[in-house]
Design a protein. Structure first.
Length: 346
């Protein structure tokens, strides 16, 4: 088997040019037993951290070669984590088994729920329970992995005033997906909006009845795995920068290179400590780490382009691709603005 990094490095140029999408990468991971690392431990210990270090390491390996694939992997992995933390119906268990192998793709749309908990926006999807069904109205402005066979997990504000987390197939009648195009990177992730027009979903698809408590459980994992793919991109950018920094015409950037490399190393060290002691790290520290990792990834990618010279300005090069990919990190939810707002509340 090709190493994870080798596999995604080969696919990255095609994915960046939109001639392929991210699904085969998820299938590759699933076929090699890597997609659901740690899930079995989560099932037996919903509050433990077994497998978290390994899955974070995998995400970092993938993101160093292809952030589109890492982002898709992260989104799918969040869905797995949410299913593993929940009491599932018979159909839910069947879908969960398919998610674990990559036979079905998971789309994570929990960001708006986290914003809602922070008081930054109202939940856009409303639901009314009638008998054993939930009738849904509203639009999710942004989600990824919106393939034709996808299962989407999202928060819903019920007419009772309760917020719940639930899942649905995007092929469900009354659910419409509209893909976006023209992104400067990550086009292969099939991102877009999802509209619910009186979609009727079984009430047994509700994963958790108490969203605030549910979010408190899953948010640390959510943030740590995002941090892992930020750090993975940053590490590879620094490594590639090291090849060019000794060139005579780059002498003026050697001090900057040393400073950025030190910053990246520090973020990686902090991430490793946080992964090892995830249940002991406070939310503020996790938010700060996630912000720092995104910012230093941007610094590292910009430096790599500068040191690469003309090659850094060619869209087909890895340096250019990482630079464009890194520009996504400040706008991925939680965005840089959201993270800074959260930190100001402590």
């Amino acid at each position: 088997m090709a190493s994870v990094a080798e596999y995604f490095a080969r696919r990255a140029p095609q994915l960046d040019q939109e001639s392929v999408d991210v699904r085969p990468g998820l299938t590759f991971l699933g076929g090699n037993g890597l997609l659901d690392v740690g899930v079995e431990q989560r099932l037996h210990d919903p509050h433990g951290n077994s497998g978290l270090e390994e899955i974070a390491s995998l995400l970092a390996d993938v993101s160093g070669e292809c952030l589109s694939s890492a982002f898709s992997f992260w989104g799918h992995r969040v869905v797995l984590d949410l299913f593993a933390r929940s009491r599932l119906s018979a159909e839910g268990r069947a879908v969960f088994a398919q998610l674990r192998t990559g036979e079905v793709i998971g789309s994570n749309a929990m960001a708006m729920g986290l914003k809602g908990l922070d008081g930054l926006e109202d939940l856009p999807v409303r639901g009314e329970v009638r008998g054993g069904e939930v009738h849904l109205l509203g639009t999710i402005d942004w989600a990824s992995n919106l393939f034709s066979d996808a299962v989407i997990v999202f928060p819903v504000l019920l007419t009772t005033g309760d917020t719940v987390a639930m899942w649905a197939r995007v092929t469900q009648p009354g659910i419409a997906v509209r893909h976006v195009s023209g992104l400067i990177a990550l086009n292969g992730t099939r991102s877009g909006s999802v509209t619910f027009s009186n979609a009727v979903v079984p009430a047994e698809n509700i994963l958790n009845q108490h969203f605030a408590a549910f979010a408190e459980e899953f948010r640390p994992t959510y943030l740590l795995l995002q941090t892992a793919f930020c750090a993975g991109l940053a590490e590879v950018s620094v490594k590639c920068s090291g090849v060019n920094v000794e060139k005579r015409d780059n002498a003026g950037l050697r001090q900057t290179y040393s400073q950025v490399a030190a910053k990246v190393m520090l973020v990686v060290q902090r991430l490793r400590r946080a992964l090892a002691l995830a249940d002991q790290v406070g939310l503020r520290d996790l938010i700060q780490l996630r912000l720092d990792a995104a910012l230093v990834a941007g610094e590292a990618a910009r430096l790599e382009v500068s040191l690469a010279g003309g090659a850094g300005f060619m869209s087909a090069t890895a340096a250019s691709r990482r630079f464009r990919e890194a520009s996504f990190l400040p706008v991925q939810s939680p965005t840089e603005g959201h993270l800074r707002w959260q930190l100001a509340q402590f």
